[in-house]
Design a protein around this ligand. Structure first.
Ligand code: ANZ
Ligand code: ZN
Length: 764
């Protein structure tokens, strides 16, 4: 994942992922692959803009400066990036195509204008998407958010919800990331039920996953945002109280509203009742903020006996709690599991799952409900009222409506402004530049106005991997032939980045890719078939690295004092790649000493020697290092090489060819020192164009192993035995062991289970 070039520069945690892809790329290259290992800059977004506002410096200028710093820092570490493919999301030649892809979505009907209330950050003064929140607050600045009705552009990502879910099965991704995506998409199958409201010509639809509990429904709840209130509340005798409640609820976050155990509040809608279609019972209706307006139908049938939140609410307002599924003690807490139905009319005695089926059929037959699917995922709020982003390439015309900017007029360049300051009015600073805003309508030539909202920071990263394939193409976002060549069957073969992108970037990018796939512009269903997440590098004090704690380790200093190879080897050796681990200066010194040892071992080369003793260890090392790199187990790859180096040191001699083979294994990790030694030993060409060593299968075979002996499945003995024995030979050996014969104790052997070179189980 390409970095956001902040003003602070890179710290050693950021580069862990980059070292890993560098080792991986170098290893693949040595194995004969044509490797595309690129780098670029994700440089639109709030931090650059806030920095610009604070320091009165054009974000273009500060971004260019930050990119230069980042690039210098990365170059110090010896990455084999193809810099000729460098991209920058703020480059007009790049964002031309971000705008172009947006227009493809627009033309497909996947971008639409909406006036629904959206999340608004009062401090960043912009609308946000659900994905921009963390624990219900603005992820950028930590502010409490509000809901504001305002005009915005929205992308219809929910149309892709099922495919985003299903295609997870195609991916070799960490299970935890797949799980996060699954929960984020939140597919939920259930029923929609129509409750008639007595005396009013009105039905309230509720969404439930538990229609089987409907005979236990004792009231109905509508969300404060429910359309029933759109026409005012005059139909209710306590309209004023209801109004007050609705206004107050706007200040509370969704998380606080729906948390279990949080105090539940609500107001009854006096003068109306809802009718349960199954038994025609009349039940009261409440407005309560624990029901959300934008999920399901914004209304629920409350079953306090079997739902925890309803139970809490019913207790507080003294509403009946009526059991309809047997099990648990509902006077103590809600019984939320499936069970057998009681007091449920014709459905009594059925198990929950069966009842859900039958009752949903009943709903359909009586035309009072239907089967439905709901998603937690919401359409992507795609416009920002900020300056530093891609302008949305649309023109508003009184006559023609919304008209896309013609392709020949792309990019719509971000104009210079006097003040980057967000306005807070729901308009971006771009709205204050009349000669940019006012343009001819491309369709009718009449008066038009440019869209002044900009794209969110996630836009440029939703397709950048494709631009690396063909970064300078002026005619297309990527040449189809090149796309096919590089993306092939499996898209990007290896993608590495932090887990914080699990439900943001990695959701958005899969969505855009699928749209491009449907437009036949890319050849794979998914962008990234294999994903790895690096663990955090924490400070030496075991806290998260931060300026605040003064525990940030700057790679520039490490490189200056100990060398880039030490930094690389140490970061790959410090622990399992995906685990969070604290920086340790003494650990880093250990890596430095290892490299020094490798250098010294040059002196142990004996040109005449054919070192038989070392042969088997060398071949095992070749096998293990290759497999470990392939599986992102860099730490064990390095410890295997350390064992080899120690063994050479112990023996005091090594043949030249053995030493050279070893150097090749180390080359992806420590490219500088290995290259230096390689030349020192008389080579003209680079070690990095060498072929990766092949190990000899017969040489990696173990000669003996520890045989585990079981009697009736219990371990009774173990001893060293030669490899490759047959079952009867092993049995003979085993039956000579006193430990074993004691347990067999004269009984006859009924059966033998033999796992070659591992275990024998004697059944008596
Ligand atoms: C009655 C019921 C009885 C429910 C029961 C649960 C247990 P998921 O799995 O998350 O989709 N619900 C529906 N819409 C809601 C909204 N807008 N805000 C808050 N809660 C809402 O959960 C679906 C369940 O969440 C629905 O099933 C509904 O409560 C509630 F014993 O309906 B249930
Ligand atoms: Zn904010």
């Amino acid at each position: 994942m390409f970095p956001y070039p902040s003003g602070e520069g890179l710290h050693v945690g950021h580069i862990k992922a980059y070292i890993a892809t560098d080792v991986y790329a170098r290893h693949k290259k040595m194995n004969g692959f044509n490797v595309l290992h690129p780098m670029g800059w994700d440089s639109f977004g709030l931090p650059a803009e806030n920095y610009a506002i604070k320091n009165k410096i054009n974000p273009k200028v500060s971004t260019a400066k930050n990119v230069a710093t980042f690039k210098k820092q990365l170059s110090n570490i010896g990455f084999n990036y193809d810099w000729s493919r460098e991209i920058n999301t703020t480059d007009p030649e790049y964002y031309k195509w971000t705008q172009w892809i947006f227009l493809q979505l627009f033309k497909k009907g996947l971008a639409y204008e909406s006036y629904e209330p959206i999340i608004w950050c009062p401090s960043c003064k912009t609308g946000l998407a659900l994905e921009d929140l963390e624990d219900g607050k603005c992820e950028r600045c930590g502010s409490d958010i509000e809901k504001r009705p305002m005009r915005q552009w929205v992308l219809a990502i929910t149309k892709y919800a099922d495919r985003l879910l299903e295609d997870l099965s195609l991916l070799d991704w960490p299970a935890s990331i797949k799980e996060s995506q699954k929960n984020w998409i939140g597919r939920s199958e259930g029923s929609e039920i129509d409750f008639k409201v007595k005396k009013l010509d009105l039905t309230i639809k509720v969404f439930t996953t538990r229609v089987d509990t409907i005979f236990g429904a004792t009231y109905l709840v509508v969300a404060p945002e429910h359309p029933i209130f759109a026409a005012g509340n005059l139909i209710f005798s306590n309209a004023e109280e209801i109004n007050k409640y609705i206004i107050a609820s706007k200040k509370i976050s969704d998380i606080d509203r729906t948390a279990e155990g949080k105090d539940k509040t609500g107001v009854e809608l006096l003068g109306v009742k809802a009718i349960n279609p199954f038994n025609n019972e009349e039940i009261p209706i409440f407005v309560a903020d624990y029901v959300l307006g934008h999920y399901g139908t914004g209304a629920v049938m409350a079953v306090p006996a079997h739902d925890t939140r309803d139970w809490e609410f019913a207790k507080k307002y003294n509403l009946p709690i009526r059991e309809s599924v047997k099990g648990g003690d509902i006077s103590v807490e809600a019984f939320t599991e499936d069970g057998i139905l009681v007091d449920s009319g014709d459905f009594t005695g059925l198990v929950s799952s069966e009842a859900r089926k039958k009752m949903t059929e009943w709903l359909k037959k009586n035309k009072v409900g239907r089967k439905t699917v709901n998603y937690k995922l919401q359409d992507w709020v795609f416009s920002r009222q900020r300056y530093w982003g891609e302008p949305i390439p649309l023109i508003h015309c009184d006559k023609c409506g919304v008209v896309p900017v013609p392709e020949k007029d792309l990019p719509v360049k971000l104009p210079e402004v006097k003040s980057y300051e967000p306005t807070g009015t729901g308009e971006s600073p771009l709205a204050g530049i009349p000669n940019w805003v006012n343009v001819k309508c491309p369709k009718c030539g009449g008066k038009g106005k440019r869209e002044t909202n900009t794209m969110p920071q996630w836009a440029g990263s939703s397709w950048y991997y494709l631009r690396y394939i063909d970064p300078k193409n002026k005619k297309m976002f990527v040449d189809p032939k090149k796309e096919k060549y590089w993306m092939g069957k499996n898209g990007v073969d290896m993608y590495v980045g932090g887990t914080e992108h699990a439900t943001r970037h990695l959701v958005y990018v899969r969505f855009w890719h699928k749209v491009l796939f449907d437009l036949k512009l890319v050849s794979t269903k998914e962008p990234f078939y294999r994903l790895a997440n690096q663990g955090l590098v924490m400070g030496e004090d075991k806290r998260k690295m931060s300026k605040r704690w003064g525990n940030v380790v700057n790679p520039d200093n490490v490189v200056a004092d100990f060398g880039a190879d030490t930094l690389r080897v140490y970061e790959m050796f410090m622990g399992p790649f995906e685990q969070a681990i604290s920086w340790s200066t003494s650990g880093m010194m250990g890596s430095r000493r290892f490299l020094e040892k490798v250098w010294r071992l040059m002196e142990s080369i004996d040109p005449k020697l054919k070192n038989k003793e070392l042969e088997s260890l060398l071949h095992k090392t070749i096998k293990k290092v290759g497999e470990d790199i392939e599986n992102f187990r860099f730490n064990t790859a390095i410890s295997t090489m350390m064992i080899f180096a120690n063994e050479v040191e112990r023996l005091g001699t090594v043949s030249k060819s053995q030493y050279l083979e070893f150097l090749k294994l180390l080359a992806p990790f420590a490219p500088h020192i290995t290259e230096e030694i390689w030349h020192e030993l008389g080579h003209k060409k680079s070690v990095h164009v060498e072929k990766w060593s092949k190990y000899n299968k017969s040489k990696v075979k173990e000669k003996s192993f520890i045989l585990v002996v079981q009697v009736n499945g219990k371990v009774r003995d173990q001893f060293e035995a030669p490899c490759g024995l047959k079952e009867n030979e092993v049995l003979d050996l085993t039956l000579k062991r006193e430990n074993v014969t004691n347990y067999i104790n004269g009984n006859s052997v009924k059966r033998v289970i033999w796992v070659p070179d591992k275990l024998i189980n004697i059944v008596i």
